[in-house]
Write a protein of this length. Structure first.
Length: 279
């Protein structure tokens, strides 16, 4: 059985999302989760995460597009609220992002994880893949170089090869777009001494009418040598409706991962859950 990492994004986004992810951690149906340490719920959510240290990969899901930053960002978030993804992408492509502010916020979010948990994160990735986008990735590398001169977390590379994306068929346009935007990211991270995943899947339309199990089976097609699949499970509360467009699809992911169909899918693909950190 070939190991791959199944990572639940958005831990601590809202209390209900956290409950859904914790249910999957307790059931041993995921092997990693990334925490949003700038969210108000983080200080409560971290207490229940501690028991999983060393059992799964626990990381920081860097957030520059949801809620309030931890640091003062008068240029990026002048009103105290982080911008939406299109604004970050547009300004980043134009080379006008305040990289000093972003670097300081990245450091603050990573340090918030380390201070709260008592250990460094196993990995770093980004909400809506913002960590790998033009401009932001420069600030990220500067922050990581400062924070991790020795032992390093692994870094999520949201790009995969065109043949692998085409082989999976579903959501190929979205995967190709991100692969293009993040094209130099993985190579630069590896050149700086950071391990990245090799193979990435999990792109979704977040439509509750879609059959998530059918999508998930395709995520395991053409896996890379260190394959990583993202997912977005959780339950729904009022806070989620206020901050995130992906809502009703989350409980469907929880239901799928706790069902016999998930285990059957892994067996059919010859895959098993594993930690990228340990292989």
């Amino acid at each position: 059985m070939t190991p791959f990492t199944l990572c639940a994004d958005d831990y601590a986004m809202t209390p209900a999302v956290t409950r859904g992810i914790l249910a999957l951690l307790e059931a041993e149906r995921i092997s990693a989760t990334g925490a949003m340490t700038n969210r108000p719920h983080w200080q409560v959510a971290l207490r229940e995460l501690a028991v999983f240290h060393g059992r799964v990969d626990l990381g920081v899901h860097l957030n520059l597009t949801c809620g309030a930053p931890l640091t003062a960002m008068p240029r990026l978030a002048p009103g105290g609220e982080l911008p939406k993804l299109p604004a970050i992408l547009r300004v980043g492509v134009l080379g006008r992002l305040p990289l000093d502010e972003i670097e300081a916020e990245i450091i603050a979010q990573i340090e918030a994880f380390a201070q709260a948990t008592g250990h460094a994160p196993d990995f770093i990735d980004g909400h809506q893949h913002v960590h790998a986008l033009p401009g932001v990735r420069r600030a990220l590398l500067a922050a990581l170089t400062q924070l991790f001169p020795g032992a390093k977390p692994y870094i999520r590379d949201p790009a995969d090869s065109a043949p692998a994306i085409r082989a999976r068929k579903r959501h190929a346009a979205k995967a190709m777009l991100l692969a293009g935007l993040a094209a130099p990211f993985g190579k630069r991270m590896r050149s700086a001494g950071f391990v990245t995943n090799a193979g990435f899947a999990g792109y979704s339309a977040f439509k509750p009418r879609d059959e998530y199990g059918a999508d998930f089976a395709r995520y395991l097609i053409a896996p890379g040598a260190r394959h990583l699949v993202m997912c977005h499970p959780g339950f729904v509360d009022d806070v989620l409706f206020r901050v995130e467009p992906a809502t009703e699809s989350r409980p469907l992911e929880v239901a799928y991962f706790t069902s016999p169909a998930f285990a059957d899918c892994l067996a059919a693909a010859g895959m098993r859950l594993g930690r990228l950190q340990t292989g």
